[in-house]
Design a protein. Structure first.
Length: 391
C-alpha cells in the first residue's frame, strides 16, 4: 500500500533524535501532495531515512505527533487501532474508574479515554483521533463491554486542530444514565456525571493519591479546592472530620450527595468560599488542623505564567503550613505541566522556611499508573504531589 510522507528539516530532525514526539510546522521541509489532515504519515529525515510514523494535522503550529509504529508494519492503520487494544490491556487490575488511554504516552496522540464502570468517556483532541473516533469506539466496545459511550469533545484545545467543540452520547443503554453513573471503588460509592462533570466526568489522576493521603491523615482535616470531594470522602472514611472548601456551589452539592451515599454526611462540612480568602481568615482566627489537602487548579498554565503561578502556590502552602498543628500532614499538589518537580519542591522549601516549620517529605507522588508519561516529553509529567509532615 502507498504511504503518505513528510520530510523534516534539521531542527525537527534534531528534536526527533532527542525522542520528543512533537513536530512543529516550522520543522517540516516538505509535505507530500496527497497528505491530508488526520492522515498517518511516514516521517523522513533530511537525508531521506525513515524516522517513524506520525499523525498529521493541517491546522495550527503543532502539525505532527509521533507514534510507536515500526518501519516493518504492513498496515499502519491497523497497527494504530491495535494500540487501542494494547492500552486497555495494560490497565488490567485498575479500579472500575480509570484512564484507559492517555494520548501520546499510549502512542495514540490526542486520544483520551476514561472508564467509569459501565460507561466510557472519550476525547478526540486531534484531527487524527477525531477522524478515527467511530473505529476507536467500536474497538473499545469490543475490548471493554461498555454499555454507554459519551464524547466529551467540548475542550478548547480542539480549536487548535480546527475542530468544533461538541459533546453527546455516542452509544446509549436505557439501563445506564450517563449523567449519574455509580462506581464502587476503595470502599466508596462514587457518582460521576459523564455529560457535565469536569474533564471527562471526574478527576481520575488522583485516584491512588487519595488512598495514600487517607493512610496518613488524622484528626481535623481541611480539603482546599475540594471540587466534588475526591480527597474529602477518602479522609472522612479514614476517620477525619473534614472541612471541604470550594468556590463552586454545584460541586459542593455533588460532594454532599456523595457523602450521603456513603453515610459520611456527619463527617464532612462544606464551605463555599475563595480558598485564598478563607485561609487568611482561618489564620487570623487561630483555626488549626491536623491534615490539610491543597489540590488547586493549574496556577501556571503557560511558560509565561510560571512566576505568577509559583507565587500563588507558595501563598497557599505558606498559609497551609501556618494552619497545621504540630505533627500535622500536608498533602500539596500541582497539576501545572510548566512547573517541574524540582521547582515545586523548592517552592515548598521556601514556604516551610517562611512559616518556620520543620517539614519532612513522607512521599513524592505523581498521577495514577493509568496516566503514564513519556520520559522524552517532560510536559506529560504534569501532576506533582508531596505528602509531608510539619513540626
Amino acid at each position: 500500500m502507498s504511504v503518505k510522507s513528510i520530510s523534516l528539516g534539521g531542527k525537527g530532525a534534531a528534536r526527533l533524535r532527542r525522542g520528543h514526539p512533537w513536530i512543529y510546522r516550522s520543522d517540516v521541509l516538505s509535505v507530500g501532495p496527497d497528505v491530508l489532515g488526520g492522515d498517518l504519515v511516514c516521517v523522513r529525515l533530511p537525508d531521506g531515512k525513515f524516522a517513524g510514523y506520525a499523525t498529521w494535522s493541517d491546522h495550527g503550529q503543532l502539525s505532527g505527533r509521533m507514534t510507536p509504529i515500526g518501519p516493518d508494519v504492513a498496515d499502519p492503520e491497523a497497527s494504530f487501532l491495535h494500540m487501542v487494544t494494547q492500552a486497555v490491556a495494560r490497565r488490567k487490575g485498575r479500579p472500575a474508574a480509570c484512564r484507559l488511554i492517555n494520548g501520546d504516552a499510549d502512542g495514540l496522540p490526542g486520544l483520551i479515554v476514561d472508564r467509569y464502570g459501565p460507561g466510557l468517556s472519550i476525547q478526540a483532541l486531534t484531527q487524527a483521533a477525531a477522524r478515527r473516533q467511530d473505529a476507536i469506539v467500536e474497538r473499545l466496545l469490543a475490548c471493554t463491554g461498555a454499555r454507554v459511550v459519551v464524547a466529551r469533545n467540548d475542550v478548547k484545545v480542539r480549536a487548535f486542530e480546527g475542530l468544533p467543540m461538541e459533546r453527546g452520547v455516542l452509544v446509549s443503554d436505557p439501563g445506564v444514565d450517563p449523567a449519574d453513573i455509580v462506581v464502587e471503588m476503595h470502599g466508596l460509592r462514587l457518582r460521576y456525571d459523564l455529560l457535565d462533570g469536569q474533564k471527562t466526568g471526574g478527576f481520575l489522576d488522583q485516584t491512588d493519591n487519595r488512598v495514600a493521603a487517607a493512610a496518613v491523615a488524622h484528626g481535623d482535616a481541611l480539603d482546599c479546592f475540594c471540587y466534588d470531594g475526591g480527597f474529602s470522602l477518602h479522609l472522612a472514611a479514614a476517620g477525619c472530620n473534614v472541612t471541604a472548601v470550594d468556590s463552586s456551589g454545584p460541586a459542593l452539592a455533588r460532594l454532599t450527595r456523595r457523602a450521603e451515599d456513603n453515610g459520611l454526611e456527619k463527617k464532612i462540612t462544606t464551605v463555599e468560599e475563595n480558598v485564598f480568602d478563607l485561609l487568611r481568615t482561618y489564620e487570623r482566627d487561630g483555626r488549626r488542623f491536623d491534615t490539610i489537602v491543597l489540590d488547586p487548579p493549574a496556577f501556571a498554565k503557560s511558560r509565561d505564567s510560571v512566576d505568577a503561578g509559583r507565587r500563588a502556590y507558595k501563598e497557599i502552602n505558606l498559609r497551609g503550613l501556618k494552619l497545621l498543628r504540630h505533627g500535622g500532614v500536608l498533602v500539596t499538589c500541582s497539576c501545572s505541566a510548566h512547573m517541574d518537580r524540582a521547582g515545586f519542591e523548592h517552592m515548598l522549601s521556601e514556604a516551610a522556611g517562611d512559616a518556620r516549620r520543620f517539614v519532612r517529605i513522607l512521599d513524592r507522588r505523581s498521577a495514577a499508573p493509568d496516566h503514564p508519561t513519556l520520559v522524552t516529553a517532560p510536559e506529560t509529567d504534569y501532576l506533582k504531589v508531596l505528602i509531608a509532615e510539619a513540626h
